[in-house]
Design a protein around this ligand. Structure first.
Ligand SMILES: Cc1cc2nc3c(=O)[nH]c(=O)nc-3n(C[C@H](O)[C@H](O)[C@H](O)COP(=O)(O)OP(=O)(O)OC[C@H]3O[C@@H](n4cnc5c(N)ncnc54)[C@H](O)[C@@H]3O)c2cc1C
Length: 308
C-alpha cells in the first residue's frame, strides 16, 4: 500500500514526485514517459532558470532529479498507460494499467496532462515544427517580422493573436464559424490592431510550402472559393484534449473533460484525489504553472495524509 499514486510524468507529476520523495511519502509515479508534452519542443525559452533548453534535455533533467531523490520512497512505473482510477470501499484508490498492473494508495494525484487538437489537413503534419506550431508562447518570437496565421476563433486563438501582434508583421485569424467563441472584449482588442486580419466562415484545407510553410489554403464557406494566404507560420489553437478518460467515472470534469479543482489546493470533488497541470480547469497552461501546481497539490496531500 502506497501513501500516494501520481499519474503522469510531465512537470506537474515530476515536481510532485520530487516533493513526495523529500517528504518521504511512499509514492508510485505511473507514466507513459518522463517529460510531458513539451518533450517535442526544440527550444523551451521560459523554463525558469534556463534561458533555453530542448524538451528532450528538460525531460532528462526531470529524470535525473527524480533518480537523485527517490531512494526507496518513490517507485517509478514507466511505460504504463493508466486505464482506470477507482475509489475502494475502504477509502483507498486503485489504479489499473493497460498491461494489467494494479497499484493501491491512500491518495491519488492526477497529472496526466493534455494533447493539442491537431490541424487535420494535408501538409499540417509534414510542416509541424517547420512553421506549423501549437504553442505561441514557446515559438511566437521565432516569427518576428513575419506574416502568420492563427487557426481558431476561441479565446485561445485571440489571445495567441494578441501575443503574436507584439512581434509578427501581420496576423490573420481564420475561424470556421460566423460568430466567435472568444470574449467580445478580447475580439475587439485584437480587431482594433492595424496588423490584425480576420477571416470568418472559412475552413483551412491545406498547408503549403517547400521546406518550411509558405501558405495556407482555405475555403470560403459562403462562396465555396479556395483562397491562399502567403504566411510563414501557422499557430493552431483548435482546442486541447485532456487525458482524463481513466478518471471520468470518479471525479467531476468540466464540459471540456478537464478535472475540476479548487485552485487554492488542487483538490477535486473526491476526498483523497488531487489534480494538477494541463488536465485541470486551471486557466493557464505552461510548464512552470504545471510544476507549481504539482507542488501545491503535494503540500496539501502531505498535510492530509499526516492528519488521517
Ligand atoms: C509542442 C509544445 C510545446 C510547448 N512548449 C512550451 C514551452 O516552451 N513553455 C511552456 O511553459 N509550456 C510549453 N508547452 C506547454 C507545456 O508543455 C504544458 O503546459 C505542460 O507540459 C503541462 O504539464 P503537465 O505535467 O500538466 O502534463 P503533460 O506535460 O501533458 O504530461 C502528462 C504526463 O502524463 C502522462 N500520461 C498521460 N495520460 C496517461 C495515462 N493514461 N497513463 C499514464 N500516463 C499518462 C504522459 O505520458 C506525461 O508523462 C508546450 C506544449 C506543447 C504541446
Amino acid at each position: 500500500m502506497h501513501d500516494l499514486v501520481i499519474i503522469g510524468g510531465g512537470p506537474a507529476g515530476v515536481a510532485a514526485g520530487v516533493y513526495a520523495a523529500r517528504k518521504r511519502l511512499r509514492t508510485v509515479l505511473i507514466a507513459e514517459e518522463i517529460g510531458g508534452q513539451s518533450i517535442v519542443s526544440e527550444n523551451i525559452e521560459n523554463w525558469i532558470g534556463r534561458t533555453r533548453i530542448a524538451g528532450t534535455d528538460l525531460a532528462k533533467l526531470f529524470r535525473t532529479h527524480l533518480d537523485a531523490v527517490k531512494s526507496d520512497v518513490v517507485e517509478l512505473a514507466l511505460g504504463e498507460h493508466v486505464t482506470s482510477l477507482v475509489k475502494n470501499k475502504d477509502g483507498t484508490f486503485t489504479v489499473k494499467t493497460r498491461t494489467g498492473k494494479e497499484f493501491t494508495a491512500k491518495s491519488a494525484l492526477v497529472t496526466s496532462g493534455a494533447g493539442r487538437r491537431k490541424l487535420d489537413v494535408p501538409g499540417a503534419e509534414k510542416f509541424e515544427n517547420k512553421g506549423v506550431t501549437y504553442c505561441a508562447s514557446c515559438d511566437g518570437p521565432l516569427f518576428s517580422g513575419m506574416d502568420v496565421a492563427v487557426v481558431g476563433g476561441g479565446n485561445a486563438g485571440f489571445e495567441t493573436a494578441l501575443q503574436l501582434l507584439a512581434y509578427a508583421k501581420s496576423v490573420t485569424l481564420i475561424h470556421r464559424h460566423k460568430e466567435f467563441k472568444a470574449d467580445p472584449i478580447t475580439v475587439e482588442k485584437a480587431s482594433a490592431h492595424p496588423n490584425m486580419h480576420i477571416i470568418t466562415h472559412a475552413e483551412p484545407i491545406e498547408v503549403t510550402g517547400e521546406q518550411f510553410v509558405s501558405g495556407l489554403k482555405y475555403i470560403e464557406k459562403d462562396s465555396g472559393k479556395v483562397q491562399e494566404l502567403a504566411i510563414s507560420g501557422i499557430f493552431v489553437e483548435a482546442g486541447v484534449i485532456p487525458n482524463t478518460e481513466f478518471a471520468e467515472e470518479l471525479v467531476d470534469l468540466d464540459t471540456l473533460k478537464r478535472v475540476k479543482i479548487d485552485t487554492s489546493n488542487q483538490r477535486t470533488n473526491v476526498e483523497g484525489v488531487w489534480a494538477a497541470g494541463d488536465c485541470t480547469n486551471e486557466l493557464y497552461h505552461q510548464n512552470n504553472i504545471a510544476a507549481g501546481d504539482g507542488v501545491k497539490a503535494l503540500e496539501d496531500i502531505y498535510l492530509w495524509i499526516k492528519t488521517l
